[in-house]
Design a protein around this ligand. Structure first.
Ligand code: ADP
Ligand code: MG
Length: 333
């Protein structure tokens, strides 16, 4: 099986070369928010669109980095400001709304716990149970107050937009592509894949869904005008001296890295920001709660890969997903 670089969703189109159907093609790659981005766009203004996308991601990173001392989020987290730019207020409100919707499976105030596990510095450690329970007192999306562009955090609380920022950036990329008259583009931002329009020949974009257990893929998703985002433990993790593998997605109820029956959760929807928020939350929920949440709330399709080799997809993408591996497939309706 072809080695696919450890990213969760792979734009197969990029591996098989580009077609150019009466359309100027422009591609760019850049590194931002700790990950690689690849943009391929078709249209007379494709180059300008790609460059504006790169600028917009750089601006988001400048505003939201948790480690850059000059970012708005850093200053907010360290009591140095409460007034933020409209875009920061907007994404914080969005993250809080998704936190409420998911009953706190997504919680943008998880940062103090995440930092204790060393995921922000890459100096990983296993905190003691006492340390985790103390830090959990600083976590709670319902304690954040937003009034216009003013954000108020209780003493010691800290925000982290890591679970939603890349999706927000791909949603913004779609707006930029539209503004530049681009009809067809593929944006892969660290496993957040925006299939904008369809391929220049009118067919769907083909996206490989990575097998979390190895370097292969489990199936191919054919989509147009949708975003697909995967969360999973295999993307960023560390192995403790006793052999336990800890991933970077924390269950806010326990303060420990989410460890349930899922290996990965892929969300497919029109809104990239929603996809990113849901992929993290659904991964925290585990299979049964995820199914219940999808039925009760919905608004997206999903592909769940479980530890026992099952792949569960929702009915909305049944026609768009082709299994390539030997996992057991079931469809929920
Ligand atoms: P990735 O960054 O690998 O694409 P996610 O979108 O799932 O994956 O985001 C994971 C990041 O979100 C973590 O690195 C951390 O910054 C933050 N995070 C971890 N757990 C949670 C959680 N339960 N709620 C909100 N943010 C989280
Ligand atoms: Mg996410």
């Amino acid at each position: 099986m072809k080695k696919l670089c450890g990213i969760a969703l792979i734009a197969l189109f990029l591996l098989s070369g580009c077609e150019n159907v009466n359309n100027t093609e422009y591609s760019s790659t850049f590194f931002a928010m700790n990950t690689f981005a690849e943009v391929t766009a078709y249209g007379n203004d494709a180059e300008a669109a790609c460059s504006e996308i790169q600028d917009s991601v750089a601006e988001m990173e400048r505003l939201w980095s948790v480690t850059d001392e000059n970012s708005e989020i850093f200053e907010l987290n360290h009591g140095k400001r409460s007034k933020v730019s409209p875009m920061t207020a907007n994404i914080v409100s969005f993250a809080l709304e998704q936190a409420r919707k998911t009953g706190g499976a997504l919680d943008p105030t998880i940062y103090p716990v995440l930092a204790a596990w060393g995921f922000t510095t890459d100096e990983n450690r296993v905190p003691s149970a006492e340390e985790i329970s103390e830090l959990l007192k600083l976590v709670g999306y319902e304690k954040v107050a937003v009034s216009g562009n003013e954000i108020t955090l209780e003493e010691g609380m800290m925000l982290d937009l890591g679970a939603v920022a890349k999706g927000y950036a791909t949603a913004r990329a779609a707006e930029i592509l539209s503004k530049h008259g681009v009809k067809s583009a593929l944006v892969n931002f660290g496993g957040n894949v925006l299939a904008y329009g369809s391929k220049p020949d009118g067919s769907d974009w083909k996206i490989g869904v990575k097998d979390p257990a190895d370097d292969g893929i489990v199936g191919i998703l054919s989509i147009s005008d949708k975003t697909a985002v995967t969360s999973g433990k295999y993307k960023r993790f560390f192995t403790a001296p006793d052999g336990t593998v800890y991933g970077h997605i924390i269950d806010p109820k326990t303060g420990y890295p989410a460890d349930n029956d899922l290996l990965s959760a892929t969300i497919i929807a029109s809104d990239g920001a929603l996809c990113d928020a849901m992929s993290t939350a659904i991964f925290v929920m585990g299979k049964n709660s995820a199914e219940g949440f999808w039925r009760a709330v919905g608004g997206f399709d999903m592909i769940l890969i479980t530890k026992d080799g099952e792949i569960i997809i929702t009915e909305g993408i049944e026609k768009d997903f082709r299994l390539t591996g030997d996992l057991r497939l079931s469809v929920i309706r």
